[in-house]
Ligand binder design. Sequence first.
Ligand SMILES: Cc1ncc(COP(=O)(O)O)c(C=O)c1O
Length: 384
Amino acid sequence: MRIIPYGRQSISIQDVSEVSKSLREEKITTGNQVIKFENKINKFLRCKYSTACNSGTSAIFLSMQAIRLKKNDVVIMPAINFIAAYNVANLFGARIYLADVNKNTGQMSPQDVEDCCKKFSLKKIKAIIVMYNGGYPENAEKFIKLKKKYKSFIIEDACHALGSTYNIKKISYKVGSCKHSDISTFSLHPLKTITSGEGGIVTTNNHKIAKKIKSFRSHGILRKKKRHWQYDIIYHGFNYRLSDINCALGLSQLSKISSFLKERKKIYKKYILELKNFNSNLIIPEYSKTIKPSFHLFIINILFEKLNRNKNHFIKYLLDHKILAQQHYIPIYKFSIFEDKSYKLSASERYYKTSVSLPIYVGLNKKKHDKVIRTIKNYFKNNK
Ligand SMILES: Cc1ncc(COP(=O)(O)O)c(C=O)c1O
């Protein structure tokens, strides 16, 4: 058996055929597939405007540019996060504060943001970056109250959460609908809910923001309507475009998103059934009953100190059995690029010590899934 990754893309004959058709179109970039993809995303997420771009990182860049993030502006984000949002905010010269997270889910709550503001005496925040670790949109509707209090923008780094929903009073909201945020960003990297090869999406309901983002995506060019050779540069933009070839794949994948989500849910449920009450040193994070996640990751927490082991030992053991687990994520303050070497957050530390992501993807068949579960159970039997 080949190595079992923690995630991978699912590509069908339909995907291959749609990509191949797109190659024969008149335009293979800035063409119809891009418009079609963005329209379908608007409909799927129930948002007004979406912009396809060439990665989740560029989606974050475009959002930060759109809110005019400037030098010394305050940005708050969770310490447990992929590095993209941190690096982008840093490039804009923002003062970045990392908030603590829930010790089991790795997610920042509004209270964590408040605690961070108190600790650093922050009165005004330019942007709060929310991240739904693993695709579980905890507290998605609750950050909006901080927007008012701190006169802040709320940007959702929803790169894990395409297809996730949350309920308020029996009304269901899609992450990306921007009903409780200003901007949402998504990644279409092969490991995500759907893929376009590489790719990203920015969504918003704000016309001004959307217009800027569309312009930034393509060098900040404004062309005269009936004189295409006449143009002005109205913003400092770059090339963040997504080609029609990528959008054709994105469209084909989007048409299958419900079945992708169902399959991920099935895998999640089997893990719960097998592992939930299996051992008191293995904890599965509890999520709110009002959310429907994308099940991007399956995260567990293991109390390694009770087993006299550590996370490296477990991940290495799985690798020896041809299972590639992962950690999402190492707290940002631990990286060499982070200047304040005294930064330490207790729940982030705890999460980092205990959390491991297990394989979950469309195509993880019964044989492979059973092997993962069996191998984990054996670990606990051998390390009492
Ligand atoms: C939470 C999060 N944000 C941003 C990104 C960046 O997305 P991309 O790799 O498409 O640039 C990722 C990618 O893994 C991510 O997981």
